[in-house]
Design a protein around this ligand. Structure first.
Ligand code: FAD
Ligand code: SF4
Length: 333
């Protein structure tokens, strides 16, 4: 049995109190605890204090702002709550789908959107017991060591951002709201991540995520999320792709006005696929469109050996799942 290390648990009731509690050196936030607690059992971190968000009011709301055309989702909304919310299901179906594909029903009852957005990066060499890590020579750049086992010549950790919701949120141009000692700031979620698996967000000391703000569709749209895993019932994605197509009219034979694709589980930040302007004008049900998107995804993504399964196979799976996701959208009509 793996035991938790000793720590002090604080449970403030307001955002200001959370920010104050985070002033203690080494303090960490805990929301649902489904990511941080296993990591503590693996001794990937030894925080003296955990600051729980469980008693903070006002972080569990999903609100539609019709005037601004935005959906505001509190950081403590659970993944089950998100996947079943009528407004999310109707207007942002790819987000509802991604949230509903995380882990298992029990974990989705505890796990929050804020925790999913701040999920630590993962790697086959680090998400192991400390005993296992010792056996391979004392860890790596992200734990107790000074080498990277994935890219031995590299000086940067390339552990993978394995959140299901993040690629979708980026594909929807979502913004993240942070509150900290310097006040409130809001930025594009895409700009929140950086290519360093040991510190993959630009979250400042003492800051917490309070909400995600997602623009609502302004016209006909189809969006999808596809995740490849080995076990269908409970698993992190081994590759994932989020797609969004803005259409000229509300039918799948209508021309595409804008195409967006974001791929997860490559490195520490999701990758936005470029050169999708060529999709413009093609119908969603035109096989040439699916071929184009799948080829762009395949050409621009080279998975690493950072999570289980061989990288070349995962790369093929990306192409397959991009095509299947578009085929499913067409079949839905
Ligand atoms: C068996 C298993 C399978 C899993 N499968 C998946 C999967 O398929 N897909 C997937 O995406 N995830 C998966 N997860 C990971 C996890 O359950 C989810 O990502 C969940 O959304 C994490 O949310 P949480 O509230 O439990 O986060 P916590 O564990 O509480 O926190 C996670 C991290 O985010 C930080 N944090 C939490 N809230 C905030 C906030 N408001 N502001 C700033 N930082 C914050 C914490 O400090 C911590 O570093 C799995 C976990 C397990 C144990
Ligand atoms: S990518 Fe390299 S440094 Fe990062 S966790 Fe994996 S082995 Fe360690």
């Amino acid at each position: 049995m793996l035991r938790l290390p000793r720590f002090e648990l604080r449970a403030p009731e307001t955002i200001d109190e959370v920010v104050a509690a985070l002033e203690q050196p080494g303090a960490r936030l805990v929301a649902g605890g489904t990511d941080i607690l296993p990591n503590l059992k693996h001794r990937l971190d030894r925080p003296p204090v955990l600051v729980s968000l469980s008693r903070v009011a006002g972080l569990s709301k999903v609100e539609v702002d019709e005037k601004a055309g935005l959906l505001r989702i509190g950081a403590r909304v659970t993944l089950n709550g998100l996947s079943e919310h009528p407004q999310v299901c109707e207007r942002l179906p790819s987000l509802a789908k991604a949230a509903g594909l995380v882990a298992s029903p029990l974990i989705r009852n505890m796990g929050t959107l804020g925790g999913n957005v701040n999920l630590d990066t993962r790697c086959r060499y680090v998400n192991q017991t400390s005993f296992w890590r010792e056996a391979i020579g004392g860890g790596c750049l992200k734990s107790e060591g000074d080498v990277c086992h994935v890219v031995p010549s590299g000086r940067k950790c390339v552990a993978a951002m394995s959140s299901d919701c993040v690629p979708v949120l980026i594909s929807l141009d979502a913004r993240v709201v942070l509150v900290g000692p310097q006040g409130r700031r809001e930025l594009l979620l895409e700009d929140y991540y950086q290519a360093d698996g040991t510190r993959h967000t630009t979250r400042g000391d003492g800051e917490l995520t309070t909400e995600l703000v997602v623009p609502l569709p302004r016209g006909p749209r189809r969006s999808a999320y596809a995740k490849w895993t080995v076990r269908g019932s409970i698993d992190f994605p081994l590759v994932s792709v989020a797609l969004r197509f803005e259409l000229e009219e509300d039918r799948v034979s209508a021309p595409v006005r804008e195409a967006h694709a974001v791929v997860g589980v490559l490195g520490a930040r999701p990758r936005r696929i470029t050169r999708l302007e060529d999709a413009r004008g093609k119908a969603l049900d035109d096989p040439a469109l699916a071929a184009l998107v799948a080829e762009r995804v395949h050409a621009q993504c080279k998975p690493l050996e950072n999570v289980p399964y061989e990288a070349p196979y995962r790369r093929q799976m990306l192409r397959v799942h991009a095509r299947r996701a578009i085929a499913a959208l067409v079949a839905e009509g």
